[in-house]
Write a protein that binds this ligand. Structure first.
Ligand code: DOR
Length: 439
């Protein structure tokens, strides 16, 4: 008899890799799924879950988060963020380099991997950030999902806003480049024009649609010139979606956040600077065009851009208030609620939040419920609605822009590598995720 740990999930509504629904059982052994069938005869599994009435999805892979460790742990750290992930059904994340120190070297990536191996309840990967003088690291660093370039909305070493400097990075190497596409020159000029206005709503005017479009155009131009794998992070405007719809090279992907689909500039009136992020929230028209682009495959997948700041930091008057909002705890429920409102299907949500991300970043064995795939799973309840409540949040920043929103599809049980990491409000903080690999 093998001493392998096994888990049998019974009577679940399983979303299969082809998008079809099957009521049945899933058996995992150690970290892998070993069987998916209408009925699996038990071979005395270590543990059994009766999932009657619940829907089983592959765990969410969130490909853009800012978890603040090292250096900014007063906002979030890898433990608190990974607890929030487990509660939100997020079983893997790709984290951004704007920590302190910046993640711009192999050494810094290894430091994050070590920290995550000690603290993270879910699986992890870390981007390397581009500066104007770390080309050697950009070419050789590993493991990493890719190179992050801030074309705008950044200051210091991580800002690369000159075409020549960008071109030097696009011209060498082949690995994925993920861009935060906002045109810094336009932002600087408009900041001066609107300098006297402290209403946070002006943020969307300063960093306007044109600022995003200009940078996306430039990134696409360079990507085409070198046929360089390009990913456009948190695409936010109708103009960018239209541009990609006209011509999207096969080596280009794009993502959108739930907030750019579901919130717009009306939010400033209700939640003020909590709605402030980069790229900013846009108009209802942008929401609509982004949804259509997502449904049509012009936009490939979903990321949250989880970017926590404390309430104290957010309480500063604009423009001193920092940009960013948390998201890993609410993203899956927001998207499944949208599915229940017929904006999309549950199978599309699975594709956008798991499979398409795994494919785009070359993460093997993730993003589907099938034998041989990793046992990263989430059971959700699509029958009940519950509001987002501040007191229930696990992110260290302790707030959400979606507080009060009544959502369905909340994670009931989250499984990482065959182990239950979250179950009906309880975390199992002894579970550890693994470093993701990228092929
Ligand atoms: O609003 C944002 N805040 N957008 C980003 O891309 C960065 C983030 C942060 O790190 O706070």
């Amino acid at each position: 008899m093998s001493s392998a740990k096994s888990l049998l999930i019974r009577h679940a509504r399983i979303i299969l890799p082809n998008g079809e629904l099957m009521i049945g059982d899933v058996l995992t052994r150690d970290r892998q799924i070993v069987a998916v069938a209408p009925e699996i005869s038990p071979t005395t599994p270590t543990k059994e879950i009766d999932a009657q009435g619940l829907t089983l999805l592959p765990g969410v892979i969130d490909p853009q988060v800012h978890f603040r460790e090292p250096g900014l742990e007063h906002k979030e750290d890898l433990f608190t963020a990974s607890c929030a992930c487990a509660k939100g059904g997020v079983t893997s994340f790709l984290e951004m380099p704007n920590t302190r120190p910046l993640t711009t070297t192999q050494f810094a990536i290894e430091d994050k991997l070590k920290r995550a191996s000690e603290k993270s309840l879910v699986n992890y990967g870390f981007f390397i950030g581009a500066t104007t003088d770390n080309l050697a690291d950009l070419l050789s660093a590993k493991p990493t999902p890719g190179i992050k370039i801030f074309m705008g909305s950044m200051h210091g070493q991580l800002l690369i806003d000159q075409e020549a400097a960008l071109e030097a990075i696009f011209a060498q190497g082949t690995r994925l480049i993920a861009v935060h596409a906002e045109d810094q020159a336009r932002i600087n000029q408009r900041r001066q024009e609107f300098a006297d206005i402290h209403d946070p709503a002006v943020h969307s005017q300063i960093q306007d649609n044109q600022a995003a479009l200009l940078a996306t155009q430039l990134a696409l131009k360079l990507s085409q010139k070198y046929q360089r794998r390009l990913h456009i992070l948190h695409m936010s405007t109708a103009e960018e979606a239209d541009l990609l719809r006209q011509h999207k090279p096969s080596w280009v992907t794009a993502e959108v956040t739930p907030q750019h689909l579901l919130m717009n500039t009306d939010a400033y009136e209700k939640i003020g600077t909590l709605a402030q992020m980069n790229p900013p929230l846009r108009s209802p028209h942008d929401n609509q065009v982004l949804w259509q682009a997502l449904r049509d495959g012009v936009i490939d997948f979903i990321a949250t851009d989880h970017a926590p700041h404390t309430l104290e930091e957010k309480a500063q008057p604009y423009p001193n208030s920092p940009s960013g909002m948390p998201g890993v705890e609410t993203s899956l429920a927001l998207m499944l609620t949208a599915a229940m409102q017929s904006k999309c299907t549950v199978a599309q949500v699975v594709h956008w939040m798991s499979k398409a991300v795994a494919v785009a970043y070359g993460i093997p064995h993730k993003g589907a419920i099938a034998p041989g795939y990793d046992a990263d799973l989430v059971l959700v309840d699509l029958n009940t609605y519950r509001p987002v409540l501040r007191e229930e949040l696990l992110t260290k920043c302790g707030w959400s822009p979606f507080e009060g929103w009544n959502l369905t599809g909340w994670a009931v049980t989250t499984i990482v590598g065959g182990e239950i990491v979250y179950d009906k409000g309880q975390l199992n903080t002894s579970v550890r995720g693994q470093a993701l690999t990228f092929v």
